[in-house]
Design a protein around this ligand. Structure first.
Ligand SMILES: [Zn+2]
Length: 233
């Protein structure tokens, strides 16, 4: 049995894309949990908050064909939710559709924080898409907050994604997790990271970001590492 919490109305919005020298980021983060029993039949290891960055009037970065980051983030978030539920995690999404939680960015971010705090998660994963002035730059990059709560987790995730996704798709495979002052990753005192799923400013990455097989593979790899790092067994 899978335990789900759906915040129907919650259409959150927006995180911001903060350019840290090179990247567009956003953020929010999470709280606590352990193993729990559900009816004595199935169990879950704990809660993961999956945050689809942006939403509503805040579309984030936009691709050459007009595809919005907010839509890519949501598609990725739904896939990651499925992969995590298959691995016996309870998943709370900050937004379930294309809308934001508020048209006012500050309120949207605060509402995301409240969802995170009320979910008592093991970890928080915020999904985004990157953009950079050098169109040659590509690959998946991981960010954590400057309090370093999520540093070890971010480094493990980056190393895993370097070895799997980044190496396979021809991008750099030597990225290091990057620290930043990121709202989403500071919402709760648990490892919280932002994953920039690829560079929309790179033609190959843009194609991948719209490709179902790539999306599935990336989300499977992310879920795999979460299960390795946040598994009480
Ligand atoms: Zn973004």
């Amino acid at each position: 049995m899978k335990i789900k919490i759906i915040y129907k109305k919650a259409i959150i919005i927006a995180l911001s894309c903060i350019l840290i020298p090179v990247l567009c980021i956003s953020a929010c983060a999470g709280a606590v949990a352990g193993v729990a029993q559900a009816g004595g039949k199935s169990f879950f290891y704990g809660t993961v908050v999956v945050d689809a960055g942006h939403g509503g009037i805040d579309g984030g970065v936009v691709g050459s064909a007009g595809v919005k980051e907010s839509d890519i983030n949501l598609a990725m978030a739904r896939l990651l939710k499925s992969r995590l539920e298959e691995a016996n995690y309870r998943v709370v999404m900050t937004r379930e559709d294309e809308n934001a939680l508020s048209n006012i960015k500050r309120i949207d971010m605060q509402m995301r924080k409240e969802i995170i705090l009320s979910s008592s998660p093991l970890t928080v994963i915020s999904l985004h898409v990157n953009r950079f002035s050098d169109s040659a730059r590509r690959g998946v990059q991981v960010f954590y907050d400057d309090t370093e709560v999520g540093k070890d987790f971010a480094e493990a995730m980056q190393a895993h994604l370097n070895k799997t996704v980044n190496a396979k798709y021809g991008g750099r495979d030597d990225y290091e997790a990057i620290e930043g002052d990121l709202f989403i990753t500071k919402c709760a005192p648990v490892p919280s990271i932002i994953i920039e799923c690829g560079f929309i400013s790179n033609a190959e990455d843009e194609k991948l970001l719209l490709d179902e097989a790539y999306r599935n593979e990336l989300c499977s790899r992310i879920a795999e590492l979460i299960a390795r790092e946040h598994n009480p067994e």
